[in-house]
Design a protein. Structure first.
Ligand SMILES: [Zn+2]
Ligand SMILES: [Zn+2]
Length: 582
């Protein structure tokens, strides 16, 4: 077992101990260990225990040693056995922590999610001490949300798991080729199942069966066949398709999806007298068509090969057929980044470190956008510390000839729609990202008006993470994005596609809509460290899903061109005022 999987299991121990009403001192050392392991690189537990045993409390070491030796621990087993399955499910309802669940369980004798839903509907939950109608309403919404989102994980987590499994599979004797398919390959923001297709030189069933017995597997379904569903100890689900080399291309294509894309391609095949089966393509006489690779499959159906990000059944085949599919943006089109936090607010790196790292990535500028004064929770900058920051940026810029640090800010959009900082401070920035960070519970009209008002401020260059969603934990706030995108396009304000893996906000489906309003997109890493700059690759994947070209994205332009875009409205307003006076 590796340390990352161990962290997941330790988290589970913590939750179960809390559910059982243990004194907080009991779960505490497990919680500390889980947090510190989750923050580290994944590495084998054996190695970790050999070197770093002293980092952990004795009771944690005991559990980790059992994980290392058996992939399981007595404590966890005992806790799981004594906890009704339904309480685990309740843990995944947003807003319900172990202590609330314990009170529900003890107070109402509820054991399942369904019973909880009924109690929330018929008023019993609201009558429980310290609950009330509002909480019951929240619980109902949480259950609805949970049913929709299921057991999903974020893309980087899904990809890491997929790569780990892929490496293990490729080491299996008999595996000639193995590739990632499914939502990970299509670059979807969240992933339900990791899907892998393996071409086996001989006996695909045996490869599947061996793999289903590998360490770290909690249970599996479909053993003895070529398609196994595997659930790992940390809850990740894997769909493994083992096939013969001749079946590989079609199986990989099908497992990549999406469902509707596959169906549309199958319909095109049918028009040509071909049949797309589960594992092969057959001609009119029923003979399998030999396919060297995916492009050959598309070509046989009269189509160009389609990059996986586009395979969503949203008109990509029709566009490809009539030659209107746009040339998609790629990471190499990016010339600079604009959404970065330094040590001046809640970032971990200095401006000089961020600049050097951006330059090393081949970019020619980096914009520093620390939080504004109202964001006291994130160390927002006062006007005085801004003076110091700008002097530091000037000094760093004097040391470069081929790189520039831009003076930006991520200013709060206050509840009244005003942008944090007075005009004379805003005037000092090369650009202003403005974002909503507070009072997220406004209704749609209030929130839309708030943001529309901010857009009207000529200082605003970019609208940051425009819907405020946190994937799998917080829904977008109520806002009419149609109206916002249209207005931003008219005014010449860019809208952000925030590339933080928890946000990926603007959602790519909405980003696709931005093109219709001619609204420019800024792809921002929202980096809080040097490594955070690499979020850009995730953002680019989303932009590709949204059919965006390099021309749609503002940070594919040079620093001068961007600053020109960002300050145009401000200058026009000043010019208009001067004209009025004279
Ligand atoms: Zn923000
Ligand atoms: Zn930010």
């Amino acid at each position: 077992m590796d340390s990352r999987s161990a962290a997941h299991l330790l988290h589970e121990i913590v939750a179960l101990l809390e559910l059982q009403g243990e004194d907080p001192a009991v779960p505490a050392p497990f919680a500390d260990a889980a947090r510190s392991l989750a923050a580290d690189e994944a590495r084998p537990l054996a190695e970790l225990l050999k070197r770093d045993k002293r980092r952990f409390a004795p009771e944690v070491v005991e559990v980790l040693e059992q994980f290392r030796d058996d992939g399981d621990a007595d404590l966890l087993d005992r806790l799981r056995e004594s906890t009704p399955e339904g309480l685990f499910e309740m843990m995944r309802v947003p807003g319900l922590g172990p202590s609330r669940i314990r009170r529900i369980h003890e107070g109402l004798g509820l054991d399942t999610l369904q019973e909880l839903e009924e109690a929330a509907r018929d008023g019993r939950l609201a009558e429980l001490p310290r609950f009330g109608a509002r909480t019951a309403e929240q619980v109902l919404r949480g259950i609805a949300w949970l049913k929709e989102s299921g057991a999903q994980i974020l893309l980087p987590h899904g990809r890491a798991e997929a790569e780990r499994v892929l490496a293990a599979l490729r080491r299996q004797p008999g595996v000639v080729r193995a590739e990632i398919a499914g939502a990970v390959r299509r670059h979807c923001e969240t992933v339900r199942d990791v899907e892998i297709v393996a071409a086996c030189g001989r006996d695909p069933e045996a490869v599947a069966a061996t793999f289903a017995r590998s360490p770290g597997v909690r249970d599996s379904v479909g053993s003895g066949t070529r398609e196994v569903s595997i659930r790992f100890d940390d809850g990740v689900r894997l769909q493994l398709h083992c096939v013969t080399p001749e079946q590989f291309v079609v199986t990989w294509f099908r497992a990549t999806g999406s469902e509707s894309h596959v169906q549309e391609v199958a319909a095109r095949a049918a028009l040509r007298g071909l049949t797309l089966g589960a594992h092969d393509l057959r001609d009119a006489s029923g003979r399998p068509v030999e396919l060297a690779d995916e492009p050959a499959l598309y070509a046989a159906c009269g189509l160009p090969w389609m990059t996986p990000e586009l395979r969503e059944g949203l008109g990509e085949l029709a566009a490809a057929a009539n030659g209107t599919l746009p040339g998609l943006i790629s990471l190499s089109d990016i010339r600079g980044v604009l959404h970065c936090h330094s040590q001046y607010s809640d970032g971990g790196a200095t401006i000089a470190e961020l600049a050097a790292a951006a330059r090393a990535r081949g970019w020619s500028y980096l914009g520093v956008s620390d939080h504004s004064q109202s964001a006291f929770y994130a160390g927002g900058l006062t006007a005085e510390s801004l003076v110091r920051q700008h002097e530091e940026i000037d000094a760093i810029n004097a040391s470069f000839t081929d790189f520039r640090v831009l003076k930006g800010v991520e200013a709060d959009i206050l509840p009244c729609g005003r942008i944090d900082y007075p005009v004379e401070v805003l005037d000092r920035f090369d650009y202003v990202i403005a974002s909503v960070h507070s009072r997220l519970g406004m209704n749609e009209k209030q929130m839309t008006d708030r943001v529309l008002k901010a857009l009207a401020d000529p200082h605003m260059s970019v609208l940051g993470h425009p819907t405020g969603r946190l994937l799998l934990t917080r829904e977008p706030y109520a806002i009419n994005m149609d109206a916002i995108l249209a207005r931003a396009g008219e005014l010449g304000v860019a809208v952000e596609l925030n590339a933080d893996p928890h946000r990926l906000d603007l959602d790519w489906r909405l980003a696709k809509l931005a093109g219709a309003y001619d609204t420019k997109i800024e792809i921002g890493p929202d980096a809080h460290s040097v490594d955070g700059l690499d979020n850009m690759a995730l953002g680019i994947g989303m932009a590709r899903k949204a059919w965006l070209t390099a021309a749609d994205v503002i940070n594919t332009r040079s620093a001068d061109e961007f600053v020109e875009f960002a300050t145009r409205r401000r200058r026009e307003q000043t010019a208009a005022m001067v004209a009025k006076v004279s």
